[in-house]
Design a protein around this ligand. Sequence first.
Ligand SMILES: Cc1ncc(COP(=O)(O)O)c(C=O)c1O
Length: 480
Amino acid sequence: MSKLIFEKSAPGSNAFDLPPCDVPEQPINIPARFLRDTEPVLPDVSEVEAVRHFVGLSHRAYGVDDGLYPLGSCTMKYNPKINEWAARLPGFACIHPYQPEETVQGALEIMYETGRMLSEITGMDQFTLQPAAGAHGELTGVMIIKAYHNHRGDYNRTKMMVPDSAHGTNPASSNVVGYEVIEIKSNSRGLVDLEDLKAHMGPDIAGLMLTNPNTLGLFEEDIKEIAAIVHEGGGLLYYDGANLNGIMGVTRPGDMGFDIVHSNLHKTFSTPHGGGGPGSGPVGVKEYLAGYLPCPLVAKKDDRYYWDYDRPLSIGRVKAFNGNFGVIVKAYTYMKALGGKGIKEACEQAVLNANYLRCRLQPTYEVPFNRICKHEFVATNKNQHQHGVATLDIAKRLMDFGYHPPTVYFPLIVHEALMIEPTETESRERLDDFAEALLTIAREAENEPDTVKTAPHTTVIKRVDEVTAARKPVLKWEGQ
Ligand SMILES: Cc1ncc(COP(=O)(O)O)c(C=O)c1O
């Protein structure tokens, strides 16, 4: 194990060289209780040591630029470098959110056009680009649902329906807005159980949060009927856009009957995800809900773009300034580079890749809902379990083959789930390599299960106690 940067510290080896201060020193107006009374403990390292430290850390990380990243429900597609080029253009990178409108017309145009393209792709009428992630978009969308019912004087709708296959952020967002969460069962085909939905729909229900394709990668075939049940009961239909990559350019949530959607630009629209973020979760609505969208919205009049603050029904601001602008530029660049035809092709290729892998891996790995899927599918360890090998072991062993593991233990309705989403940016050859790795692990599980159960063997950090790592993380250097 190489030394930590603190352990490499050698007093006096700092190499920074700041120019003399050319502005008068100002008195510090921070209350004394917020000021530290000792110097911060920072390592003393030279420039080259600092560079080596960060480059070393980057080598330990794994990203889409390293290889296939099959993290189901996350759409870890390649982030085209042209996106980064566009976001770094000084005209975008160096502007300030408080600049006068007439000096940022280009930036406002990008935001306006991004909203317009998202509207076209999702079948909505108007978008806000403020939310900073999918979960933040959900929160915004559910606040809009509440504002809508309240505005109509319908205060009795205190519950939100969420399928048992949903991502945890759906019930969490509903709960934060004050709704009681009602879980709707899935049927034996992995789809929303219509009878259970009908049984729960009533005058106390604010709406239903749904993703389509769902978290099993399956298209909700009864979506029109689902929408009718919710609407006839006076509720609204919320679309969790995490799985938009499985339908974009082919069908639209707005045409299925959804009233509100969020879209994760960091998934479907190729901007960096996770630690590579920040993210962006724009929210789109049908025209009759547009008044409730966060304030301000970018608007256009006679070829001039401006911030529209005259929105009395708005739920207010959900983020400082106007969203993660750099992310929006990247997603805009992606949509423009692909065009309508390219967006459809990307979706079709994502679906083809997922089905190709599903067919190659099954029957070695059990696929509980083994039929045509959209952009992802869920397998399990059922066939490996008899050798004492858990899904977690398979995921850990994949790291020895140079892959980031798929999503595991989600969705919760599948025991020991292994959720695989290859995305459209993998070639047939790379999909074959990945399938071979998983088939090799299945053979190992049968013949030498301990190799799998004690993996990973080749990583810097071996198997960690994940509960302790999550509950009692050591986040800073505590000294010797
Ligand atoms: C189905 C689903 N919904 C919502 C989210 C939340 O999105 P975000 O991570 O951008 O907050 C995710 C994230 O993985 C997801 O998979």
